[in-house]
Write a protein that binds this ligand. Structure first.
Ligand SMILES: *Cc1c(COP(=O)(O)O)cnc(C)c1O
Length: 379
């Protein structure tokens, strides 16, 4: 986008909307009997709320989940026909905005439910909303023991939520017993609210068991090529590619140190490339490396080079010694995210997750979008 790179000289972030669409279709096929929503919170996991959501809508997605009312309003302006859920629920005093923008809060407490019902009564209209129960995440959601109070209110007002939801805490670990506990608790709640559609599964929940599908699945990370389930091969297509320019290449001598804190000592004469990316660009400082701890990596001509020393705000140092004559020169681009080093491959040594890599991509990049293939209009 022009604002983040008026000169076009910085890093280049390429987002493959075709891959996002392909991933959505793959999840839609896995959850054949359920509707497939799309979680596009936090700027669609850094890929861009509007271009990503438009591509998904073009592919047939109709149910979108964002976190905040601001994200929802931005989406509404572009997609007048989308069904938009606000995962953070009803912000106090905001019911009118939700009504005006036709947003569905995911009501997460008795207070939220009461405020929504009061608004419906005052407008004499049953505005749609979802209702979330907490089955073990201890995050947002009505407590299980409050289900009677919910029942009473729904009966009193004759109000039917569009959907009953819960969220899995451990779906990335398929054999974690909490998956079964939460599923059982969710089923017991659903039995108290017959006839209302249900939704439990995030990406991992969708991928690990059909029992989690119910009437709608809510994938996020898998749409964006991230690893949803640990310890399995990631079947999703990679979505983002991030390339950054080499600013300088120089030779360092054995015994010299690299970067802030002198946290890395060269143990051989080395060729060092300085790249124009740092924690100010969302390249997390936890990707720093020491002599005993591997950090982030970069790729040039399919060869991987390790980052050495601490990540600075605007630059990182990469050891390109082993690339020999094939080492990059100033002005060349090195890839830090893509098919070779995926978001998870980059996140792992930093002790973080692909989600955090992606949502930090805001930064000082020139963005380019690869369009999805034209929709199939034949029959
Ligand atoms: C973020 C979120 C999702 C999507 O989770 P992924 O792991 O990214 O698939 C689904 N449901 C809720 C309630 C969420 O907060």
């Amino acid at each position: 986008m022009a604002v983040s790179s008026p000169t076009g000289l910085g890093g280049r972030l390429t987002i493959d909307l075709g891959a996002i669409v392909k991933n959505w279709r793959a999840l839609d096929a896995i959850s054949a009997r359920a509707l497939t929503g799309a979680v596009v919170k936090s700027d669609a996991y850094g890929t861009g709320l509007i271009p990503t959501s438009m591509a998904l809508f073009g592919a047939g997605a109709r149910f979108f989940f964002v976190a905040t009312p601001d994200e929802a309003v931005a989406l509404r302006q572009q997609l007048p026909e989308a069904h938009i859920f606000v995962l953070n629920g009803l912000y106090p005093g905001a019911a009118r905005i939700y009504e005006k923008e036709r947003l569905m809060p995911v009501l997460a407490s008795i207070e939220m439910l009461d405020e929504w019902l009061a608004h419906c009564v005052s407008a004499n209209e049953a505005f749609p909303a979802a209702l979330q129960f907490d089955t073990g995440m201890n995050r947002l959601g009505v407590r299980l023991q409050e289900s009677d109070q919910v029942r009473d209110r729904l009966d009193e007002f004759g109000y039917m939520p569009q959907m009953i939801m819960s969220h899995l805490a451990c779906a990335d670990q398929p054999s974690h017993e909490k998956n079964r506990t939460q599923l059982a608790l969710f089923q017991s709640i659903l039995a108290q609210f017959p006839g209302i559609p249900a939704s439990l599964a995030n990406s991992a929940g969708t991928m690990i068991s059909r029992e989690n599908h119910f009437q709608m699945v809510r994938p996020g990370i898998a749409l964006f090529g991230g690893r949803a389930v640990n310890g399995r091969k990631n079947p999703m297509a990679p979505v983002v590619k991030l390339e950054v320019p080499v600013l300088q290449v120089h030779d360092g001598k054995t015994g010299e140190t690299v970067g802030y804190g002198a946290g890395y000592t060269l143990d051989r004469d080395s060729r060092i490339a300085i790249l124009a990316i740092g924690y100010g660009d969302g390249f997390l400082r936890s990707l720093s490396s020491t002599n005993t701890r591997q950090g982030g990596r970069a790729v040039f001509n399919n060869r991987i080079a390790p980052l050495i020393g601490r990540v600075s705000m605007d630059t990182v140092a990469v050891d390109v010694t082993d690339l020999g004559d094939a080492a990059p020169k100033p002005g060349d681009m090195m890839e830090v995210l893509g098919k070779t080093i995926t978001v998870d491959g980059q996140a792992d040594p930093g002790g973080t997750i692909g989600y955090e890599m992606l949502t930090n991509l805001k930064g000082r990049y020139k963005r380019a979008y690869i369009s999805p293939p034209a929709p199939n209009t034949g029959g």
